[in-house]
Design a protein around this ligand. Sequence first.
Ligand SMILES: *Cc1c(COP(=O)(O)O)cnc(C)c1O
Ligand SMILES: [Zn+2]
Length: 416
Amino acid sequence: MEYLKGLVCRECGETYDLAPLHVCDLCLGPLEVAYDYAALRRDISREEIERGPQTVWRYRKLLPAGDRPVVDIQTGCTPLLRADNLGRLLGLRNLYVKNDTVNPTFSFKDRPVTVAATMARAFGFTTLACSSTGNLAAAVAAHAAKAQMACVVFIPAGLEPSKVTNIRVYGPSLVALRGNYDDVNRLCAEIADRYGWAFANINLRPYYAEGSKTLAFEVAEQLGWRTPDTVVVPTASGAMFTKIARGFEELVEVGLIPAGRPRMGLAQAAGCSPIVTAHEANTMSIRPVKPSTIAKSLAIGNPADGYYCLKTIRETNGLAGSVTDDEIVDGMQLLARTEGIFAETAGGVSIGVLKKMAEAGVLDPDETIVVYVTGNGLKTPEAVSDVLEAPITIDASMEAFESSLHPRPEPEPALP
Ligand SMILES: *Cc1c(COP(=O)(O)O)cnc(C)c1O
Ligand SMILES: [Zn+2]
């Protein structure tokens, strides 16, 4: 049974067959995947999902693949951790961290890419490509390897060395362009037209974006099939933010959770916060910026889905905030030291903005809050390594050990 109706224009409603298209011919609006919700409401159940695989593909009926074979490296079903230590510090009694640092390529980008790669192969493409701020390139390269497709990925020059290694290891053709992400993306749009490759986030963007809905599906299921009251989401292009909101709406639409939607909280780095700036200025038009932040995975100065993010914030009575580089570094350490999760700079943005919101009193101490942590700390170790305490290096003797410690600790009594 196919639940897919094709593509539909988000602006004028024109419909298209499933194809590698992303803009409406009539109005140049963005296209998105349309589903037969009436049929889904009849056929979908919590029990069937719970019996499914421990990956995003347990939600297959709400994704664009239909019955097609998927390109799967076991993405998703990541932990939703009850964050009591962090919550106590922030005065929040029902705080959870969605820990997406533990996906196969160590960021949430595996979610959109498993869908995009599946559709690219189904459409008959042989080359998988993307324009990336870093994490997307790793996810695309890994999925191309699994699908045994050719792979060309584009990044801005000057990314963190660990992130670049985490791309190169999968063996793609990696092109680093002198310029920022927005320059990379502009060139890639031209390359996509000329070469006929499947760019995950350009010509396959409607399918790519769908994968991020699973960040809502999993959270709802992990909370016992209910919606959190507020979520905080680190944002660059805005695709993930809008699709998390959409994911919760869809669950209501197909009858899997009771009516209600979370307040959507958007987090950006102060050095690249065009969406937060527009929200604070109470305007729906986004002025592009030149990014300057250590949160390089969020450094998109001209966010493709920025307008829709602003709309989502308005419609959900939502929130938006930004943090400086120092606050990002503090946020990374705070999360590691309270909850044992080492997140990359984008995670520092999530935690830093959550902290600011808590301090500003805009969060209810008893509401259920989910903060999304979307990338692994080993991608950006240099962000914290300079501010962390250095190890004590000593000779391998008891004397050297004991004289290195001030004050000298008393040995603990033996356990009974
Ligand atoms: C890409 C990325 C984001 C932002 O995703 P958008 O959909 O572009 O807003 C957030 N966190 C991490 C770690 C990312 O790599
Ligand atoms: Zn249109």
